[in-house]
Design a protein around this ligand. Structure first.
Ligand code: R5P
Length: 261
C-alpha cells in the first residue's frame, strides 16, 4: 500500500485496528428517514464519539461544519429510491475528483450479488477501485441486500464479501449473521458490520456488536440503531467501549444506563 492509502486506512481504523463508523448515508435512497429529518442536529452531537462518518456529499456539504477533523467515508453510489421494489439498480454518482476535493478517507458503494443488477454493481465496484487507487483512496464495498433482508445468512454474505475483496475492495461492510466467523475467515480485508433496521432494544445492539467483534469484525458501521435510539450518545459510547475497550455486554449496558441519566 502507498503512504496515502495506508494513512487513510489508519485514520479510519484506530491504533487497535478497530473502528466505530457512524452511518448517516441512508437518505440517498430513503430520503428523510425517521430521526434523520434534520441531519445537522442528529449528526453533530455524535461526531465526537465516532471514528469516521459514512455520509453522502450533499449532507456533508450542507449539514456538517468543515471544522470537524473526522475521517469521511463518502457514499458514492445511488440512483434508486425506496419506492422501487428492486433497490439493486445502483451506479456511481460521484466523481473521484469530487471525492478527493472533499478530502475523504474512503469511498463506499453497494454491491448486489445475485440480483438483476449483480453485473452492473460489480462492474461499478471494479471501476471505482481502478479510479480510487491512483488517489490512494480506499474503497468500502457494502454487501447490500435491498429489501430482501432474509438473504442475510453466512453462505450469501461470505460469497458477497469474498467477491468484493477479490475485486479489490479495501474494506467490506456486511451484516452480522449466524456463523459470522465463516464470513470473516474467508474475507482477506477488514470486515465491519451494519446494524440494519432498529432492533427492539439497545441490549440487542450491544450483543450484536459484541458477538461480531469477538468473531473477527474490525468494527461497526452503524446507523439506525444509534441515532434512532432515544439516547444516541449513550448507545454509541457503549458500542465504542465494546469495540475499543473489549467491554462485555454487561459492562457496556451499565455504561449505557449511566449515560442515559
Ligand atoms: C444503507 O442505507 C447504508 O449502507 C447504511 O450505511 C447501512 O445500512 C448501515 O446503517 P444501518 O446500521 O442503519 O443499517
Amino acid at each position: 500500500m502507498d503512504w496515502g492509502m495506508k494513512n487513510r486506512m489508519q485514520r479510519i481504523f484506530k491504533e487497535d485496528g478497530k473502528t466505530v463508523m457512524l452511518a448517516v448515508d441512508h437518505g440517498y435512497f430513503l430520503g428523510a428517514v425517521s430521526r434523520m429529518e434534520k441531519p445537522t442536529q442528529a449528526i453533530q452531537p455524535l461526531i465526537p464519539y465516532a471514528d469516521s462518518l459514512m455520509i453522502t456529499r450533499g449532507i456533508l456539504r450542507n449539514c456538517i461544519d468543515p471544522k470537524y477533523n473526522i475521517p469521511i467515508v463518502l457514499r458514492v453510489s445511488g440512483k434508486n429510491s425506496v419506492l422501487k421494489e428492486d433497490l439493486s439498480d445502483e451506479e456511481v454518482v460521484v466523481s473521484m475528483q469530487d471525492a478527493a476535493r472533499l478530502g475523504v478517507s474512503a469511498v463506499a458503494l453497494s454491491i448486489y450479488v445475485g440480483t438483476a443488477h449483480e453485473h452492473q454493481t460489480l462492474l461499478a465496484l471494479s471501476k471505482l477501485i481502478n479510479e480510487a487507487e491512483p488517489f490512494g483512496i480506499p474503497v468500502l464495498a457494502v454487501t447490500a441486500v435491498g429489501k430482501e433482508l432474509e438473504r442475510r445468512d453466512a453462505k450469501y454474505l461470505s460469497l458477497s464479501c469474498r467477491i468484493a475483496a477479490e475485486l479489490g475492495a479495501h474494506i467490506v461492510k456486511t451484516y452480522y449473521c449466524e456463523d459470522f466467523e465463516k464470513v470473516v475467515e474467508s474475507c482477506p480485508v477488514p470486515v465491519v458490520i451494519a446494524g440494519g433496521p432498529k432492533l427492539k432494544d439497545e441490549l440487542d445492539v450491544f450483543q450484536m456488536a459484541h458477538d461480531a467483534i469477538s468473531k473477527g469484525a474490525k468494527g461497526v458501521d452503524m446507523g439506525r440503531n444509534i441515532w434512532q435510539s432515544r439516547w444516541p450518545v449513550a448507545v454509541i459510547s457503549a458500542i465504542k467501549s465494546i469495540v475499543h475497550e473489549k467491554a462485555s455486554v454487561d459492562k457496556a449496558t451499565k455504561l449505557f444506563e449511566e449515560l442515559k441519566k
